[in-house]
Write a protein that binds this ligand. Structure first.
Ligand code: GRF
Length: 217
């Protein structure tokens, strides 16, 4: 099962990518990173991937006439690499309906909120403005509409009264780095699959504790 090849698509920093690479390099992890693909040549994540000796490709969206043409070249690169699962990790491009259909149920994304709340951008700032007490992050299968699709894993994260968008983002990011590798593991082991609008997951125990914020006295 270590032959289960994944690709990671990035546009920037690549901390989730790094968490996935590290997990895949752990003894016994059922997947391996076959390709890191960036649409931006200067994405800092590319340097991290190269240092970890992962094959990288840069495909710049600006060089293509249409989203479809860009996506078709990505599909070619992903197919050549023998990829079975595509992990979006801070990939800042919308994918065409054709690409989503071609790779249906083989693309996942991580988003820094408890979806379906707070889709889109500036999520941390918007959560603070809304005054919610519990934030979080979500790994989900990708559908053509942004930040939509069957949910694989979520982590709930408490918000502090003095949080700034940056402090909240850092607290959520720690959980992102835990749940993204976990989601990949569940898929590579064949324990998770989309079923209707939801994800069916085999063999797990419901956590005994709930997160209450502010906590019970
Ligand atoms: C993360 O917050 C992720 O949830 C969102 O984009 C950010 C990417 O950060 N989709 P990084 O590049 O993985 O550090």
């Amino acid at each position: 099962m270590a032959g289960y090849k994944i690709a990671i698509l990035i546009s920037g920093r690549g901390s989730n990518m790094a968490a996935l690479i590290e997990a895949c390099q752990t003894e016994g992890f059922p997947a391996k990173v076959a390709l890191v693909l960036s649409n931006r040549p200067n994405a800092p994540g590319l340097t991290l991937a190269q240092a970890a000796k992962i094959p990288t490709r840069i495909i710049q969206h600006g060089e293509f006439e249409s989203r479809e043409a860009f996506d078709a070249v990505m599909t070619e690169a992903l197919t050549d690499a023998g990829v079975r699962l595509i992990c979006l990790a801070g990939f800042m491009r919308l994918l065409s309906a054709e690409f989503c259909q071609h790779w249906r149920d083989s693309i996942i994304n991580i988003h820094p909120s408890l979806l379906p709340a707070f889709k889109g951008l500036r999520v941390h700032e918007r959560m603070l403005d809304a005054g919610v007490q519990i934030a979080g992050c979500t790994v989900h299968y990708v559908r053509p509409a942004m930040d939509e699709g069957p949910i694989l894993v979520q982590a709930a994260v408490p918000i502090a009264a003095d949080d700034t968008p940056d402090s909240l983002a850092a607290r959520i990011l720690e959980q992102e780095h835990l749940i993204y590798p976990m989601a990949v593991r569940m898929i590579a082991e064949g324990r998770a699959r989309p079923a209707g609008g939801m994800v069916a997951i085999k063999n797990y125990n419901l956590p005994a504790q709930s997160l209450i914020n502010p906590p019970l006295a």
